[in-house]
Design a protein around this ligand. Structure first.
Ligand SMILES: [Ca+2]
Length: 351
């Protein structure tokens, strides 16, 4: 006996029962959650468990947290925005132009000029060049123009409880955010940020704010949204703490020049190949690159960027991987570095 299951396939009763179950669980995962109304989150068992954890771990007041979560709003746009790059990862030629366009370069040179003193102070304290700090702030938020319009509490609550793929990460960040708000004596309902809950000019996640953000203008509070000095010092501090090495290279173009390019190209996975000694890259046919002699023993990775015509190849060094710690995307790290180079070139031309 056959029956058409909910997935649309004719199958036996027993199989159909299994498939019905499967379809049901897939539907539960994939379908938009029913809107958590004004008081929706506070009544969900996983939120209640989360509140109990916060009370036990950090001494929060359970009633206050229940009142807070009663005000959390599910944000469907947050789920749509975070799903987009997962569903269709951008290519370099689609991703990079908006970060390297003349208007963003000009605005960056102006930002650099306006904040030269604090950028130089950060360079001398942390060894991170101004153009790299400016480029990060330029890529993240267009030098503070686009710091995000979502309520951070709503965004993080939505991701923590309605985005199973990364629920653990975002529950951690939601905890960090509530701790941060308590430390800063602000309402968790006040801060605005990106769809992922990143805050301020440098778009730090709450956990990173608690560890790496600095009160660089010494006004008694860390403010990455309005305090430009705080943002600059915090970016430099973050890169230094993740191993930025002053004066060392970041990435350099190279060519795959061999009869057997597959020996090199097969090592690429998602456009990036693991680090190995430069001598091995050269042996396999990479040419056309120049790096300082003292680096020849250090391992280098290989990155492919999809240009409009043919791909370009780049050897990437330890500092490039530090940029990757800021945002785990080869496109991001490469765009930051290329914007930094462009800022430096234009700033030097004008001085
Ligand atoms: Ca400050």
């Amino acid at each position: 006996m056959f029956r058409r299951g909910r997935c649309g396939r004719a199958t036996s009763v027993r199989l159909a029962a299994t498939i019905l179950l499967l379809c049901f669980s897939v539907a539960t995962d994939a379908a938009p959650r029913k809107a958590s109304g004004p008081s929706g989150y506070a009544h969900r068992p996983e939120v209640r468990a989360f509140i109990a954890e916060l009370v036990a771990e950090s001494g929060f007041d359970a009633r206050e947290l229940r009142r807070l979560f009663a005000q959390a709003r599910y944000q469907p746009q947050v789920i749509a925005a975070i799903s987009r790059p997962v569903l269709s990862p951008p290519k370099w030629y689609e991703y990079a132009p908006r970060f390297l366009e003349p208007a963003r370069v000009d605005a960056g040179v102006e930002f650099w000029r306006e904040h030269r003193d604090v950028l130089e102070h950060a360079r001398s304290e942390f060894g991170v060049p101004p153009e790299v700090i400016v480029a990060i702030i330029g890529v993240e938020t267009y030098y503070g123009r686009n710091t995000g319009r979502y309520g951070v509490f709503d965004a993080l609550t939505t991701l923590a409880f309605d985005y199973p793929r990364r629920a653990e990460f975002f529950r951690g960040e939601l905890k960090q955010f509530l701790l941060l708000a308590r430390e800063q004596r602000i309402s968790p309902l006040a801060p605005k940020g990106s769809y992922a809950g990143a805050i301020g000019l440098p778009q730090f996640m709450p956990g990173n704010i608690r560890v790496y953000a600095l009160d660089y203008d010494r006004d008694g509070r860390v403010d990455l949204a309005a305090g430009i000095d705080d943002a600059i010092g915090s970016v430099a501090h973050y890169l230094a703490r993740h191993g930025w090495q002053q004066g060392q290279p970041v990435m350099t173009p190279a060519r795959v020049d061999t009869e057997h390019p597959e020996v090199v190209l097969d090592k690429l996975d998602g456009g990036i190949a693991p680090r190995r000694p430069l001598a091995e890259w050269a042996r396999d046919g990479m040419t056309g690159f120049v790096v300082p002699g003292d680096l020849s023993a250090d391992p280098a990775g290989l990155v492919m960027l999809e240009e409009a015509n043919a791909p370009s190849y780049w050897l990437v060094f330890s500092n490039w991987y530090v940029l990757l710690r800021y945002n785990r995307s080869r496109l991001y790290a490469s765009a930051v570095w290329q914007l930094a180079q462009e800022l430096k070139r234009v700033a030097e031309d004008r001085s």
